[in-house]
Every structure is written in C-alpha cells, then in structure tokens.
Design a protein around this ligand. Structure first.
Ligand code: TTP
Length: 708
C-alpha cells in the first residue's frame, strides 16, 4: 500500500539517476569492440536465442525490444550482438553488474545522501549541495556553464521561434529573478550534470537523470529523455507532467490499485485524479491511500531519500518455465542447494565487507498442480530465522519448501525424497535474505540485537523450524518475490531464468568504498574486524563448560536455530574458508581465525583482553593444521576468563555497572527465546533473590563496550 507522507514546506532538491541500458554498457566496457554496435544481453537459457534482458540503444533503433527472444532480435536486426549473461552454478551470475552499479554509487554519493534503489538506479538528496552552491557560486554568477548542463531538458521551457535551445536553458539556469526554490533547482541541475560527467569519466557508463523537488517527480523525469540526458521539473510544470501521464506508469499504480482506478473511477491519466476530492478518495480507498492519491495527483510526495548504499535484502532465484518445471523433490532440492550456496556466499561477503547480518530467510515459489479444483492457489511463501552456512541454509530452505508444499497440496504427507512426479510442478523458486542489520561490536551489538530483533526469532530445534511468517507473494504474482517490502518497486523476474534483482533489487554488497578500503588494508584486516564481533558473540558457546572451539566444526550438528548459533560458528567457518582461499599462497597452514586472534593487539576491554589471551594461549598449544583440526584444539581452560561468569550476583552487578550496561535495557519479551542458561541468568537479574546458575555464561552476552 502506498504511504502518504507529509511533504516539508522547505524546498528539497532530489535527483533520480538511472543507468542507460545498463547490462549492455557493462558488456560493452568489457568488450570495447561492441561499442556503438547494436547489442543486447540475453538470459542464460538458450531456447530461441534466450530472452533479452537489456537492449542497447543502437539495437532499439532497429525495433529490438526487451520482450523479444534472441531469434526475434536477429530477425529485426541481423547484425545484432547477443551477449549471454555470465553463468555460475547453472544460473545467471549478476555479480559483474552489481559491482559495476557499486562503482557508480560510490561516485554519486559524493554529493549528497544517496539511496541505491536498484541495481542501476539511485536517488540523491542534493538539497545541501544545492544550497551551498547557491550561497557560494550562484548560477547567475557563472561565466561558463557546462555543456552537459546546457543540454538539460527543462520541463515547460518553451523554445520559441526556433531560438537557441542551449541559450534558453542557460538563461533559465542563471535567472537572477527566479524564486529561491527554482534557483536551488538550477543548482541541482548543474550538480547532476557534473556528477553524470564524472560517472562517465570514471566508469565509462552513461546515465540519465531527473532533477525535481521530490523523489516521485525526479523518477518520472529521469525516464523522459534517455539515454545520457537529464530532465528538470520546475514546480510550474508539475501539472503538465502529470496531466496526461497514464496511471499505470506511476510508481505504486502499476498493479491492482491502478487497475481499480481505471476500472472503478475511469481514471486513466494521473491528472484525472484531480476530479476527486480527498474525502472521496479516502472514502473509496481508505484514509492513507486516499490521501496518497490526492497528493500524487498534485505531484506532492514527502518520501525521503534514505541513506542506503547497500541492499536491504539479497535474493537468488531461478525460473523453470513450461517443460522445464521442476516436478520432483530431488530436483527442487538440487536447485535450492545452488541458490543457497550463492546466497550464502553473498551474505558472507556482505558480512565480511559491511559487517551486516541478515535475520530472515524466505522462500517463494510458483507452482502448479496437475489435478486440482483450486489450480489458482498460490504456493505459500515461508520464512524462518536465517542461519549462516550453506549447509544450514540448504536444510532450512528445503524445510521451508516442504512446509510450503504441504500447505499448497493441502496434505500432511510430502515425500522428502524422490525422483517421481507427484502431480505438482515448480515453475520458479527463490530464496531471499532480509532484515539485514549492521553488527556493532560489544555491548552495543547485543543491545541492538535485543531491541532490534524480531519478536518471532525462534530458538526451536533445528529440525523443528518454526515457520514464523507467511510472506505473501506480491500482488503482481510470482515475479516480484525477492522483495519483502511492499513499498519497494517491484523486482522483475525475467521470463526465462533469473537471478532476482534484489530489492532494491539485486545489487551487491560489494561497495566500491569498501572495496577500496579492502584494497588499501589487507583483506585479512577486514575479516579480523568482522571476526571481532564473533569473538564476543561466540563467547557463550565457548564458555559453556566444554568450552572449545570445536563448536566451530561444521560437522557438529547445530543445537538451535538461534542467533548465536546461526552467526558464530558457521559464519566463522565461512569467513575462514573465504580468507583461506585468499591467503592460500602466502599463508599456508595457518588458520585465519587464529591469525585474527594473533593480530588483535588492542583489546577493547580487560575482559576481551583476557578472552583473547586465553585463546592465544590455546593457540600456542595447538598445532597448525586444517581448519577443523586446528579449531578443535583450541581448548579453553576452565580456569580463566570464563571463571568470572560463575561469580555471585553482586559481582555480576558490579561488572554490569562497570560496563555501563543497564538491565532495564533488556527487552524482556525476548528472554524466552534465549538459550535456557541465559534465560536463567537474566531472570536472576530481574529477580535478584534468585542466584544465577553456576556456569553462567551471561557475561559473554553483555560484553563491555569499547569505551568502558
Ligand atoms: P532497466 O533500468 O529497466 O533498463 P536498462 O538499464 O537496460 O535500459 P534503460 O536505458 O531503458 O533504463 O534495467 C536495468 C538492468 O536490469 C538491465 O540492463 C537488465 C536488468 N533487468 C533484468 O535483468 N530483468 C528485467 O526484467 C529488467 C527490466 C531489467
């Protein structure tokens, strides 16, 4: 549902930047001999030449469009170059495109708040930059205006009597009698032109942009003049822009709501909405949507540009149209395994580079039943707490699938194995990771966890995954399903085969900034920093009596579907594996985890220092070897740091105070979801007459903050 937001009276300068035929440009940069030639990118599946997913502008001149397959494109334009999307694990691998998008974002974000809205589009809030320009070098004072800015399309600016267009634009940009808001808009246009030139210079990519007073108008404007152009929307031309705009072209109106406006109210253009009062629209569509429609008709939108350079979710999916539908449990399992491997790799990379973790795993599928009266029934989407590690994720995804299938078939019994056709088929399947949040180190991260975690996070046993949430498929059907947030633009799932464009779809976490940082420092350092959090967060497991890093051994089945388990062990194993690959040549035989401990010279607290010392000691007694062996050998002496946790309540309180941690800060509603030993201890805090159980491990959940 659209959300009506109050638009501030202060002028804002918002830009929407959209790359031109993005995948084609990426391929043309990779193969410069394709530049200037008709080119399109086709999907992995080769049936009829593969589905076109991106079409270059030279090819568009021949009538080639995205709804064609390769063969049709060849008919329309025999000389067209069809480049196949890169492939990994039997499916499209979009990492090259995501990374290319990151390059662009890193440039655009230099001038203002930047929201990465999809793999190739970005919103920018340039209000501050525009104000600064107006104060320091107002356009009217400029002797020379950039050529790129002079090519701007200013909506509503008349070019009378064949006058020089650029001269007109120059005059508009440099007006001294314009009102403050329009002057800021002119500054915005100059800034965006400069940014676009910079993008071209640094990445060789062209982009188009819209510059307006809000996101909605900027987005509409960026599509008006492509490729490599920009369009500016002064207030005075908003009415003209919306007057004839087909409702279905407006963001949020492409689906059922737009159809309802057309069918029920005869509203075909956004401007037609002006005929309805706010009351009437509220009466018909509810207060919020009614107000949103009323505002939209007037070009009013208070939606903020969110500071977001990283994706809100990651998704991986594949479709199996027509005869390729998956009809056996085994085939579904095979593909789920591929998707999970990819997703896990991306999540680990996100964790390593951005120190973010995802909380929720969701499975979506499109299915059919061969004999059914309710053949339109949708395959229910299923979610569960996300556990890191490909194997765990594969298990969970498969359990989600089975639960969905049971519900879909209306049967309690579903074969868990088999190569036989059972009267159902899967035509698309995807898994996504959402509720991604940063992990901060120490107490802070734990606090965040307690306050930020979803109430439904379960601590149920691994094999009894709680299906905590049925995430419905998007209204438009099966295709938009890597996105869990309905306010986001839909993600298109291309007809043949798709790795879903993550929500805010599909760009990678491999932020250029982070990459640059990574290049500057050693990748090990990044990993170490990430592992820092794990050290703390793994403490409960490490201290649980049998205290040993053997818990990191992947072969040991996990006890619970719970945050600490899902994060610590397998993530470290994953990170370790990644780093081992990188360091294989120079660091043979050494464990990255142990390297990490070794490299921590500046402990943030006495406690962590002891902790690190303990592990260092343990390391000293361990021999070099493979990951599992080495980690298994890190036997933690029971008499050391962990002994502290068995002190009496007074000591705990003192330590707690020393850490500046307040018990009131614990969200008690999540206590039941913690491991039993932690529950006992927190309850003891809450009811101080009850002593914590010996062998307490709570201290490790509330490690000192760096400052204390
Ligand atoms: P778009 O921005 O929709 O299109 P585009 O950049 O190719 O072309 P335009 O200049 O008209 O904006 O999509 C960005 C990329 O996303 C596109 O290059 C390929 C990919 N994509 C898909 O994989 N599947 C899809 O269904 C769509 C629409 C795009």
């Amino acid at each position: 549902m659209p959300v009506a937001r109050h638009e501030s009276a202060d002028a804002r300068i918002i830009a929407h930047v959209d790359m031109d035929c993005f995948y084609v440009q990426v391929e043309q940069r990779r193969q410069p001999e394709l530049r200037g030639l008709p080119t399109a990118v086709v999907q992995y599946n080769e049936w009829k030449g593969g589905a076109l997913i991106a079409v270059g502008y030279e090819a568009r001149n021949f009538g080639v469009n995205r709804h064609m397959r390769g063969h049709e494109a060849k008919e329309a334009c025999p000389q067209i170059n069809l480049v196949q999307v890169p492939v990994a694990r039997g499916k499209a691998d979009l990492s090259t495109y995501r990374n290319a998008g990151s390059e662009v974002v890193s440039i655009l974000s230099r001038k203002g708040r930047c929201e990465r809205a999809s793999i190739d589009e970005v919103y920018l809030d340039l209000t501050d930059a525009a104000k600064a320009m107006l104060a320091e070098t107002p356009p009217e004072s400029l002797e020379l205006v950039d050529e790129e800015a002079l090519k701007s399309h200013i909506l509503g600016l008349k070019n009378e009597n064949g006058s020089d267009t650029k001269a007109n634009v120059r005059e508009w940009l440099c007006r001294s009698d314009a009102d403050h808001r329009e002057k800021l808009l002119a500054c915005g246009a100059l800034i965006v032109a400069e940014l676009r030139m910079q993008v071209l210079k640094e990445t060789e990519f062209t982009c188009s942009a819209g510059v307006a007073h809000n996101k909605m108008l900027a987005k509409l404007a960026s599509a008006l003049n492509k490729p490599a152009q920009q369009t500016v929307v002064p207030f005075s031309s908003v009415k003209g822009l919306l007057e004839l705009l087909p409702v279905k072209k407006m963001k949020q109106l492409g689906g059922k709501l737009g159809t309802s406006l057309q069918n029920e109210l005869g509203v075909n253009a956004v401007g037609d909405l002006l005929n309805f009062s706010e009351d009437k629209l509220q009466e018909l569509y509810g207060v919020n949507t009614g107000t949103w429609l009323w505002n939209t008709a007037r070009g009013i939108s208070g939606e903020e540009v969110q500071a977001r350079l990283l994706p809100k979710s990651h998704g991986s999916g594949k479709s199996f149209p027509g005869p390729r539908a998956l009809k056996t449990v085994d085939s579904v399992k095979h593909w789920l395994n591929q998707l999970c491997e990819e997703l896990n790799e991306r999540l680990c990379s996100d964790l390593e580079q951005n120190k973010r973790i995802a909380r929720t795993l969701t499975l979506h599928a499109s299915a059919f039943k061969s004999s059914s009266s309710d053949s339109f029934k949708k395959f229910p989407s299923k979610s569960c707490p996300l556990r890191y590690g490909a194997v765990k994720m594969q298990e969970d995804a498969f359990n989600l699938f089975q639960a969905g299938l049971r519900e879909y078939l209306g049967s309690c019994v579903v074969r868990t194995q088999g190569t036989h056709y059972n009267g159902w088929g899967i035509t698309a399947i995807s898994i996504s990771a959402s509720k991604i949040m940063p992990i901060l180190s120490g107490t802070c991260s734990i606090m965040k966890y307690f306050h930020g975690q979803d109430k439904y996070v379960s601590s149920s046993k691994q094999d009894e995954i709680n299906f905590i949430q049925d995430a419905p498929l998007s209204p438009s059907g099966s295709e938009n399903y890597s996105e869990l947030n309905s306010t986001e633009p839909p993600i298109e799932f291309s007809a043949e085969e798709a790795t879903i464009r993550d929500s805010v779809s599909g760009f990678n976490q491999q932020e250029v900034k982070t990459n640059t940082r990574k290049e500057q420092n050693s990748s090990c350092a990044t990993l170490n920093e990430a592992a820092d959090s794990f050290t703390r967060e793994t403490s409960p497991s490490l201290s649980s009596g049998t205290a040993s890093c053997s818990v990191l051994n992947r072969s040991k089945p996990p006890r619970e579907v719970h945050w600490d388990d899902s994060l610590d062990k397998s993530v470290i194993v994953n990170l370790k594996q990644q780093e081992q690959k990188r360091n294989a040549s120079k660091d043979k035989g050494k464990s990255s985890i142990l390297n990490f401990f070794k490299s921590r010279n500046t402990p943030c607290s006495p406690c962590t220092q002891k902790h690190n010392e303990t592990i260092q000691n343990a390391k000293a007694s361990s021999s070099a070897g493979g990951c599992g062996a080495e980690l298994n050998q890190v036997e933690l002496p029971k008499e050391s740091f962990f002994k502290e946790s068995t002190t009496n309540i007074e000591q705990i309180r003192q330590r707690r105070e020393a850490w500046n941690y307040r018990i009131e800060d614990i969200d008690l509603s999540v206590i039941d979801e913690l491991p039993p030993e932690i529950q006992n201890e927190i309850r003891a805090w809450v009811r101080p007459n009850k002593r914590p159980k010996p062998g307490s491990i709570i201290t490790h959940y509330f490690l000192p903050s760096k400052n204390s």
